[in-house]
Ligand binder design. Sequence first.
Ligand code: SF4
Length: 205
Amino acid sequence: MVRQQALIEHQQALSECRLCPKMIPPVILGPPVVAKILLVGQAPGIREGELARPFAWTAGKTLFKWLQTIGMDEVSVRQQVYISAVCRCFPGKKPKGGDRVPDKTEIAHCAQWLNREIELLQPVLIIPVGKLAIQQFLSLSKLVEVIGQQFRQDINGVATVIIPLPHPSGASTWHQMAPGKTLLKQALSLIQQQPAWQKLVSDIA
Ligand code: SF4
């Protein structure tokens, strides 16, 4: 109850954050779920603002389709998993199309919010989605170095398992071709084997 209240207060402060001048509000947040599983996206796209939730558009459809194959549909994931991100505001478009990648300062600004969520939730499983999110936890140059594997890290004194996923964006074909397709399946299978994930799946059965 105390953590729930702290999480609500955290989100209230976060929703008012305007630290990054180039970022376009609103701040996109999921529900304040006191969860042991933390999913970390990159940054919202242009549609998330009007729909007021993370992973609300095409990338989200693909992500939730992946997660459904291991036992949880979109509604259940949103209700049971805390959805966070590297940056919470829409970064805007690049001049030649596609979303602008948040810069180092913006990532550092928003990391304080992510760190506070980790401190409050003490997650046993973290699922970073996409290279930018994965880089906040693991060092890598290519996705093949980490997708399909799990990594143990002590975060705030909690033994945490990190299982990265590729970004489900339609603009990326990585997860649709070899070896990405196979590595994605391995990563989903690893998530499915996690006790925290199995507990959620059994709770909704
Ligand atoms: S991206 Fe994060 S730190 Fe920057 S203004 Fe939005 S909420 Fe604040």
